[in-house]
Design a protein around this ligand. Structure first.
Ligand code: ZN
Length: 890
């Protein structure tokens, strides 16, 4: 990513210089500077042609950036920086606002923040001095959820005020803090939503945007704070690491039935990993905002809600662990982004009983975009004022004391360290986990010799992550096993479920063996300077009769297989375990002819994922399959469906040969002309496919998502019966059952009081001899949120995996009603006509976090279209397909 500074416009600099008279600060000179600003810097109304918050009017995102750039050019209080390009090629920018003196010493202020956040090299005495010299940074994220458009309008007024006003308030904020404004954390969504809104003005079409407001994530753009998969999340992480804000203000909107605005304190359960300073500093800010709102006559101010501090990784993520106080505001939304919300029955909006968490209920029956803009501005000014007023304390208590406490005290649970055995089933998973720790500044050590920890012997090269380190609590949060508590507000109340998920365990999600060690141990350690993919070397080329082998355990193999597929290299898989030159290989091992071309492709792909390719001088004599070259995948993702977006991201990352299945595809005679395998993402119902989007509401550009009717539904049935492979994930299993009358029935009760997980990892037993589970261990947890587990009702289905009938079911998180899921089927495969169906009851691709389960999908994607081959054909690597994928001529 590039960090460049917006070049100042020469003509404008000259203009300002000529009006800003003298350096001697006489009252007259100060007034003329202020006057020049008022003239040079247009108000939002002058710039956009309407007041922010005007009914039915939204400033487009590029215009907002243009306005910010203009202000930066004309004001010595504002700088504009382009951080980089977004997923869809738009501009991700920041606006830095402070006094001219602070902007001139910005490098020093950043350096102070860096030193404060580094208790390894800064003593408490030095930190106190630095906290006096520095000023706190206030990170203001105006939107991340792109349909929550009001805050993104309010920032135009906010920046204009800070750039032009000479009041005690602005002087205080500018002199005593630095504002780092991110106009949008998801610029693509601002384009998609507001452009659609403006394009449909005066038409019969719906004003609301129907699809994901990001190429891949949509609303889940705020659920990427452990893996940082998207470029925007990576920019955000880079900003955090660069500026070290003491306060992070994230501006959101919510539904329209509750309070008009939420401000902290938060409610509900909190994790012991959360720094206390962080929580209390934002509670204070929230209540300062509540007071300011009340003083301005604004009612309906609520608090003690949003219990987001259990699974921190999702809505707020890494940032509180660095000491940043996360100040969340959630303002009630309006109708179609920009039109008033008026209560149907004429009664006032929101709860009407005054309580301590809603001191003055909102008494009007109407709520407008202008209200959102007003509330957003007041809450923001309050946050800025509090931060400026409490700079030294925030700098010391948040930036310094939080990591200092972890470093000196360790973590509340008393855990000493986590140990990652050098020997892992999946070296690529281990790499991806360690890389995320590195990105989030966790210190990783590597043992230079054998050692014993927790009663177990570990080899040299094993990793040790100690808890006594500045990011100790974060490491504990993402490496540990979670036990979500059973908490009720009253004896008969239901247990409080987590806001997002009940666990964040990276090792279990990715498939890494990690041990939590409670008591101290001795080991010879060296600090890992940089996490790298394990180095691999290609074996000596075997003779003509030999073959290259790739073991099937790692999800990194997906990228090797897609490279082989895209290069059209014959790829076989052994259906049985075998021994090759003294080494045993499991069922599912890939067998590739020892050609120079195959060698090149394997060398490049294997190096990327750090997986060792081996060679045997004679290909194994074992029955198996040959994958169909260039297997073509169709993704039925569902319009506006987040799991479908994540599946697309995964396919794009891994180089899968796929297209999103469109309504136009159903106009073909048969879907088999287009696809070998169709994947139905979690969350796609029969109605989504048959009814789809209404052409009366959405124009031609959304025609791919129009309904395909009963005729299309029958074509999908025919696709399977004709030999296609259909894979259904999560609650799309019900869709596939409806489609093909599969012999299965739900095992779990619908009633949440009887069964729920709140998003947890549950133990799972696999059949590694079933082609869908090739390479899987016999047991490893799967992710289960609110989808079904199943019972097979006939003999025609094969069980690929099930929940354990005995012993623990919960691996990490929360589980109510374990008895309902014991022994239930999760993954099953069926033969239907000439085709194959695999049903995955759990979300095996959940936000692309559950990577330990990915091979369950990719195995099936390629296995259905593959050709069965006998032992002789594998041994002679005899192709069953021509290069075009058609059966080979014999
Ligand atoms: Zn939101």
């Amino acid at each position: 990513m590039t960090w460049w500074h917006a070049g100042a416009c020469v003509a404008l600099v000259a203009l300002v210089a000529s009006t800003a008279v003298a350096p001697s600060a006489t009252a007259g000179a100060a007034q003329s500077v202020a006057a020049a600003r008022a003239v040079d810097i247009l108000t939002p109304e002058q710039h956009f042609g309407f007041k922010m918050g005007t009914e039915g009017k939204l400033a487009a995102y590029p215009d907002v950036l243009t306005y910010m750039k203009l202000i930066a050019e004309r004001s010595d209080r504002v700088d504009y920086e382009t951080i980089g390009s977004t997923t869809m090629g738009n501009e991700y920018a920041t606006v830095i606002i402070s006094s001219p003196a602070n902007l001139r010493r910005l490098d020093r202020l950043v350096e102070i923040n860096q030193k404060l956040s580094d208790p390894r090299n800064t003593t408490p005495e030095e930190a106190r001095k630095l906290a006096e010299e520095g000023v706190p940074f206030y990170h203001l994220e105006a939107t991340i959820h792109s349909s929550e458009v009001g805050n993104g309008q309010a920032i135009n007024d906010i920046v204009h005020r800070l750039a032009t006003e000479d009041s005690d308030f602005t002087k205080n904020v500018l002199n005593n803090s630095v504002i780092v404004l991110v106009p949008s954390q998801n610029p693509d969504g601002q384009h998609l939503i507001i452009d659609h809104f403006n394009r449909t003005a005066g038409t019969e079409y719906a004003r609301t945007y129907p699809d994901l407001y990001h190429k891949y994530t949509g609303h889940d753009d705020n659920r990427d704070w452990t893996m940082f998969t998207q470029v925007e999340a990576q920019y955000r992480l880079a900003l955090e690491k660069k500026y070290r804000p003491a306060i992070v203000h994230i501006m959101h909107q919510k539904g329209n039935t509750g309070s008009r605005i939420f401000v902290p304190p938060y409610g509900g359960i909190t994790s012991e990993n959360v720094p206390a300073n962080m929580s209390s500093s934002v509670s204070a800010i929230g209540q300062h905002a509540a007071r300011e709102l009340a003083a301005a006559g604004k009612t309906g101010v609520g608090s003690l809600d949003y219990h987001i501090f259990w699974t921190l990784e999702q809505p707020v993520g890494y940032f509180p662990f660095t000491g940043s106080g996360v100040y969340l505001t959630e303002i009630a939304s309006v109708t179609d982004y920009a039109y008033p919300q008026v209560s149907q029955d004429g009664r006032p909006l929101g709860p009407q009983q005054a309580r301590m968490n809603l001191i003055e209920p909102y008494r009007s029956n109407t709520w407008t975009l202008a209200d959102i803009v007003d509330y957003a501005k007041i809450a923001t000014y309050a946050g800025m004022e509090y931060t400026a007023d409490n700079g030294g304390k925030l700098l010391y208590d948040n930036l310094y004391a939080v990591p200092y406490e972890y470093m000196t005290q360790g973590v509340p649970s008393g855990t000493f360290a986590f140990v990652v055995d050098a020997k892992q089933r999946d070296p690529y998973a281990t790499f991806e986990m360690l890389q995320r720790l590195e990105w989030t500044q966790v210190e990783i050590d590597r043992a230079t010799s054998e050692f014993v920890a927790g009663g177990k012997r570990y080899g040299a090269g094993s990793y040790v992550i100690k808890m006594h380190q500045p990011r100790g609590n974060w490491a504990h949060q993402v490496l540990g096993v979670d036990t979500y508590p059973e908490v009720r507000d009253c004896a008969d109340c239901p247990a409080l479920l987590p806001y997002a998920e009940a666990t964040t365990s990276l090792p279990l999600q990715l498939g890494v063996d990690v041990a939590e060690i409670r008591s101290p141990f001795q080991a010879n350690l060296e600090r890992v300077a940089s996490v790298k993919v394990p180095p691999v070397t290609m074996p000596t080329a075997p003779g003509d009769k030999g073959a290259y082998l790739v073991r099937p355990e790692s999800y990194g193999t997906v990228q090797i297989v897609s490279a082989l597929q895209n290069a059209n290299i014959p790829t076989f898989r052994s259906a049985k375990s075998f021994t090759g030159e003294g080494v045993s290989y499991p069922a599912g091992t890939y067998v590739v002819p020892a050609t120079p071309q195959a060698r090149n492709v394997l060398a490049t792909a294997a190096a990327k994922v750090g997986l060792q390719v081996t060679a045997v001088s004679r290909a194994p004599r074992t029955p198996g399959v040959q994958l169909k070259p260039q297997t073509k995948v169709g993704l039925l993702r569902g319009v506006g469906n987040m799991p479908g977006g994540w599946d697309m991201w995964q396919f794009d990352q891994y180089g899968i040969n796929y297209d999103v299945v469109s309504a136009q595809d159903f106009q073909r005679k048969s879907l088999n002309e287009l696809y070998d395998t169709i994947v139905i993402s979690h969350g796609v119902s029969r109605e989504d496919i048959v009814e789809g989007l209404d052409p009366k509401e959405y124009g031609e550009e959304y025609s791919w998502a129009y309904g395909v009717g009963d005729k299309g539904w029958r074509k999908l049935q025919q696709f399977v019966r004709n030999g296609g492979t259909l894979l259904a994930i999560g609650d799309s299993v019900e869709t596939s059952q409806e489609l093909l009358n599969l012999p299965m029935k739900p095992a779990l009760p619908d009633d949440e009081d009887q069964f729920t997980t709140g998003g947890s990892l549950l133990h799972q037993e696999f059949d590694p001899n079933n082609p869908v589970a090739w390479g899987m261990p016999e047991s490893w947890p799967v992710w289960l949120y609110d989808t079904q587990a199943w019972e097979l009702t006939g003999d025609s289905g094969q069980v690929v995996s099930n929940y354990p009938a005995e012993g623990d079911v919960l691996a990490s998180g929360y589980l109510r009603g374990a008895e309902h899921i014991r022994g239930a089927v999760n993954i099953a495969s069926f033969t239907v006509g000439k085709g194959q169906v695999v049903t995955y009851g759990s979300e095996i691709t959940f936000r692309t976090l559950t990577r330990s389960q990915f091979n369950l999908l990719y195995n099936a994607i390629y296995h259905g279209p593959a050709a069965a081959v006998d032992a002789d054909a594998v041994q002679h690597l005899r192709p069953q397909f021509g290069p075009d994928g058609a059966p080979a001529q014999r």
